[in-house]
Design a protein around this ligand. Structure first.
Ligand code: G6Q
Length: 543
């Protein structure tokens, strides 16, 4: 087994290079090298990446690629695509790439080709979605389905909710979609308050079919549905379908397993929006557009699997992120889509990146002495410009940002799209080059205002430019970030596919639930703060 990345000579070479670059400003780097803006770019699978406004030189990129090579990235990519059990703590393969493999592909888990299974489920999903969309699938009272409510949380919610919004332009407008995730009753109450149970289909999405929040919401949905449909238990079959890997629990809940769409334990929750968990997406955009989205994913998979690292979009993006986090000491990462339909994309990426790489030990359990996942956050532009961009431009923290823009609008309207694009381009320019004191003075600014009106610049951005937000484009974009996340995790030597960090809170919540609802005062079993809060909640609810 190779040494951890931070012990490699390639890591030390990058640290020395960073020290040599200290104090260099993007203004100088661009002035010295006029070709930089067109050279430090990359294009693949319909995505153009301009990383010339990152704080890197050709030498930085060369050293970063050497680190990727020395850290065994090639072997790790091959192991994932081969179906090795790379999720070591859960002893599972990681094969979301099989979800979008073409029919004839051969990807094996324990000797069995899983691609035919994937297509069998996709075909069943297509038949079901066509029936609902055409009105052939009727509700219990004979009405056609007008509303679809996806019930799920985490990976069973963020992907479907993000994708529905992202692809809304391509969706059937005769269907209303709602997404319920939170165990806060408000979520489901508000989601169904204006819906007719006779026209409402629930998609219960849960890989395990045991998640507390989803099961509570699924039960509430069933109660609401049955109450509105005269209490006939047979109505469940017409108004509930399940997406899960757990047929036994689905049957126990009362959903016929004929109305269940399966997936497999080698699909992680946050990597599942292109599995049957995407049933609501397929209901919205139809089977053909869903397959086009899968085609986009697959295109990026193939690029990632085959392109040399220096020309490999996910690898280059991961290396830039590693450079910013571990060498330049910038722990956060903003994602700024200049596309309203991508409003939930930053939230989706928060889970993808931070649940995958928010880890502090290697796959062998040894502490990682360097920073791992960046803290991902963001909002669509131009809204963010009138809010937190102040900090991006003039704050004391430096926040690297991905700006994502599309050349062609989905809703052409006057000059709106040109204004949108102009703003995206202008922000990247302003963040990189800022405005010097001399420039501010030259505008006749009074001396006392000069520091306030100066922009330091040298704030790194990557600019991602795509043509149009189609289903295929969304597939390429999501796969880009999936593989970027994989690459970063591989270089840090961590398990990007488990999520033990969410367990402790779940266990404690179960215990506190009992204490909140027990008739007598519970014995002290917590720290004094938690204990007092439990007592206060109990007292307030009694009064
Ligand atoms: C994702 C995580 C997590 C998971 C949810 C829902 O990678 O595992 O967010 O998706 O906890 O789990 P279920 O789909 O099993 O309900």
């Amino acid at each position: 087994m190779s040494a951890p990345s931070w012990e490699l000579p390639e890591w030390r070479a990058l640290a020395a290079h960073r020290d040599g670059m200290a104090g260099r400003h993007l203004r100088e780097l661009f002035a010295e090298d006029p070709g930089r803006g067109s050279r430090l770019t990359l294009e693949a699978a319909g995505i153009f990446l301009d990383h010339s406004k990152q704080r890197v030189t050709d030498e930085t990129m060369r050293l970063l690629v050497q680190l990727a090579e020395a850290s065994g990235l090639r072997e790790k990519i091959d192991a994932m695509f081969r179906g090795d059990r790379i999720n070591v703590t859960e002893d599972r393969p990681v094969l979301h790439v099989a979800l979008r493999a073409p029919r004839g592909a051969d990807i094996r888990v324990d000797g069995r080709n899983v691609v035919p299974d994937v297509h069998e489920v996709l075909d069943r999903m297509a038949v079901f979605c066509d029936r609902v969309r055409s009105g052939a699938w009727l509700g219990h009272g004979g009405k056609r389905i007008r509303n679809v409510v996806n019930v799920g949380i985490g990976g069973s919610d963020l992907g479907p909710a993000m994708a529905y919004l992202a692809l809304r332009h391509h969706a059937d407008r005769n269907l209303v979609f709602r997404f319920v995730s939170n165990v806060d009753g408000t979520d489901i109450v508000e989601a169904v308050s204006d819906l007719d149970p006779a026209e409402t289909l629930f998609v219960i999405g849960s890989k395990t079919f045991t998640t507390q929040e989803t099961m509570a919401n699924a039960r509430a949905a069933r109660d609401w549905s049955l109450a509105g449909l005269g209490g006939d238990g047979r109505a469940v079959a017409r108004h509930f379908v399940a997406v899960s890997t757990n047929a036994a629990r689905v049957a126990e809940f009362g959903i016929d397993t004929a109305s269940m769409f399966g997936f497999w334990d080698w699909v992680g929750g946050r990597y599942s929006m292109d599995s049957a968990i995407g049933l609501s997406t397929m209901l919205a955009i139809g089977p053909d557009a869903f397959r086009a989205m899968l085609g986009g994913f697959h295109e990026m998979d193939e690029h990632f699997r085959t392109a040399p690292f220096a020309r490999n979009l996910p690898v280059v993006k991961a290396l830039l992120s590693l450079w910013n986090v571990d060498f330049l000491g910038m722990p956060t990462q903003a994602v700024l889509p200049y596309e309203q339909y991508l409003a939930r994309f930053p939230a989706y990426l928060q889970q993808l990146v931070m649940e995958s790489n928010g880890k502090r030990v290697t796959r062998d359990g040894a502490p990682v002495p360097v920073d791992t996942s960046p803290i991902v956050w963001g909002e669509p532009g131009t809204n963010g410009q009138h809010s937190f961009y102040q900090l991006l431009h003039q704050g004391t923290h430096i926040v690297p940002a991905d700006l994502i823009a599309f050349v062609r609008p989905l809703n052409p309207l006057g000059e709106h799209h040109e204004m949108l694009l102009a703003n995206a381009l202008a922000q990247a320019e302003a963040l990189a080059f800022g405005k010097t004191e001399a420039e501010v003075r030259a505008e006749g600014t009074p001396e006392w205002l000069v520091p306030h009106r100066t922009f330091p610049g040298n704030r790194p951005t990557s600019f991602l430019l795509l043509d149009r937000l189609t289903p295929a484009a969304l597939g390429r974009l999501v796969a880009l970030y999936e593989h970027e996340t994989f690459t970063s995790g591989a270089i840090w030597g961590i398990d990007s596919f488990d999520q033990w960090g969410v367990e402790l809170g779940k266990v404690l919540a179960q215990r506190i639930l009992v204490e909140l609802t027990s008739p007598g005062d519970p014995p002290p079993s917590h720290d004094s703060s938690t204990q007092a809060l439990v007592r206060r909640c109990r007292a307030a609810r009694r009064s």
